[in-house]
Design a protein around this ligand. Sequence first.
Ligand code: ADP
Ligand code: ZN
Length: 832
Amino acid sequence: MGNLYVNVALPVPINKLFTYIVPDDLKSDVAIGKRVIVPFGKQELTGIIVEVSNESAWHKLKEIKDVLDPKPIFSDEMLKLTRWISDYYFSSWGEVLKSALPYGTILEGKRTVKLIREVDQETLSQMGKTAPKKAELLKFLISRKKQTISIKSLKNSLNLKNIYSLLNSLESLGYIEIENRLPEQKAKVKFEKFVSIAESYRENLNKLTAQINKLEKKSPKQVDILLFLLDQLKKGKFEVSLPELLKKTEATAQTAKKLEEKGIIKITLKETIRKFEYEFEEPDKKIVLNEYQKKALAEIKKAIENGKFKTFLLYGVTGSGKTQIYIEAIKEIIKLDKSAIVLVPEISLTPQIVNRFKKNFGDIVGVLHSRMSLGERYDTWRMAREGNYKIIIGPRSAIFAPLERIGLIVVDEEQESSYKQFDNPPRYNARDVAIMRARLNNAVAILGSATPSLESYYNAKIGKYQLLTLPDRVDNAKLPKIEIIDMIKERKENNKTSISSLLSSKIKDRLNKGEGIIIFQNRRGYSTYIECQDCGYVEMCDNCSVTLIFHKAHNHLRCHYCGSVKSVPERCRRCNGIKLKLKGVGTQKVEDEIKTLFPSAKIIRMDLDTTAGKKSYDKIMKKFANAEADILLGTQMVAKGLDFSRVTLVGVISADIPMLIPDFRSSERTFQLLTQVSGRAGRSEKEGEVIIQTFQPQHYIFNYVVNHQILEFYESELKIRKDLNYPPFTRLILIEFKGENEKNVESSADEFSNELKSNLPQGVHLLGPSPAAIPKIKRNYRYHIIIKVPKQIDKNGAELAKIIWQLKEKYETKLNSKGVKLTIDVDPQNTI
Ligand code: ADP
Ligand code: ZN
């Protein structure tokens, strides 16, 4: 046999593959898509094999240490997809592969092994004949009596080389558990005890009855257990989980153990699947598609049958039945024995939507959710990989679900910025990855929205996507009537609260009628800043260039960027004056004001501060749906995805907050947000009303909002974008430099951008470097460069990509030594 080499992608920020030689005893184990352990500098890293070859130009290569997986964990398709993400978003392939696995699956730290099941002699000697190495390993573990042993010490004690493949096989047989010792890496298979009546008794129920009679007097609890199991057996369920059994019979584990010792029942360990359960139930409804829905569905079906890649933009006002279309389209997919991914923004992954899918598709629906535990997420991933789930619903990272034969990918509310990962590499947009994944699978992509992104609208306009429109709300529900309130006038009329007299009277009216009210304020906390009335000094965070927010319940000032907390000052820090005033309105203050105005109204607040618990979000939703509260007050969370027919009034406390963000998308975002939140009103026969309050009533977006002129707004916004050379007419690449020493940050940004400028291809423009709109966050100064790449040049963007990669790698170490961090964000959703 000749030499065998593997190219490995490692989770390090270096844009290359690393070549290793494969030792003889691992040759039969290596395959593309498996994890391997390799030496890297002084450490060991886990990477993914992406190429296997008989030749290498390199000499003196190091050997791989082990192969972790019995089967590849990345399909060919996933390797292509992650490769594309790596190229497009300037992340190393290894980093992308790492993030495509459920958190905790890539092993970098110490691993330990533990025996979790008794092994009898017979099994052992049997194994000794067929798989002597496995048996040797198992014997050793038995001799260690259920201690946790690190794999390292196993390797030292036993002279077994490819120990991982042996351990993998023992784990899959349920004898051992392999665990990662790093605190963050907890994802592993979960086992649970199950109880059943022993076979000999199960097959001879008379014998069981005799036993029961015998035990009757002395051990009533044991009898309870047997009767319960018998009852279950009659219902066709031959085993019950131990916790359930003990709960139902109020017996102890000790009692069950006694029955096991007598050989009447059997207790076995079995893999279980952790699931995130939703409590919320929605009443059933019979649905016949309307004409628009039928037409849209027919187009989608045609594309599905064609089996070629195609992207649709499904544009339909809120409540027009888009989700129903997704469901009907997926029914086609399932008929073809294919699978589907449904992406929804984190914020609208509500029990409502999950229940709708579960009702239609039952157990083949898997949900991924950031509020799930690591274990729950890992199980969902595993079920998808094993083909038990055919439909995966989840936010951003669900785009990496390991499904095979993907026929459809839905991206609901495709304009949502939460589809963009911005805090860690790879800084991908799941919407765009979805389109690429659909393309690789010859699948159909549906981007759905009531307020599409300008980019997608433009792509539909130029024919890149096919536009499907649902212009009407189902059940003939009308679009709500929208009014703009001038808050300057309110102030002049001496209304000191943040609730206009009109909004107040409408609230009163709805409270009397018992109809639901949603109040939206896009800021949490009590006041949004604290200002000295003498000198105008505003209390700022010491670490970040932002104002501190007053939180009434804790009576402190808090920074929403770094979380640092300060006590409320009694005097101005600059002039020592005592006239300090809380200004700006957060949700807590609105809550107080409403309580003052309507003392008997029941109000629930939904923002980051009230939804920290795993189920608190669902609880609030349930309460409001059941009319246990009159008013739902909150931030963005109340603006999106909610579908409560009892809501007939929506109030927007201040439309100014999103409008004032210095980003080229702020008009688009404000427009979308106002349209979205308006869509929460009147989702049934009763007409809805929306009151939007602002200090800039003359702003051009309001006309479009009031008249529901979405496409007109898009056309006008496109003109502005074209004039200013912004997306969708260009692609933006944001390069950020940040560090604690401002001088270093500034000089690094200068040096980098000078070199970049002199290398840029014709037609590509560079803005900056300049301090970011928020110049300091968490003690780090921030400088930005923005590259604008015109669409025509973008087609052969390889040249630019090469230059940027080269510079990034050239500068990275240099900047590191100066304490400056460089990040590249392609298609940034946020430029401030
Ligand atoms: P969207 O996703 O556009 O907001 P949904 O699909 O959620 O719209 O539809 C809104 C509501 O109307 C849901 O409760 C849904 O069950 C219902 N619905 C959808 N299509 C129809 C229809 N053709 N007839 C009656 N009800 C429908
Ligand atoms: Zn701060």
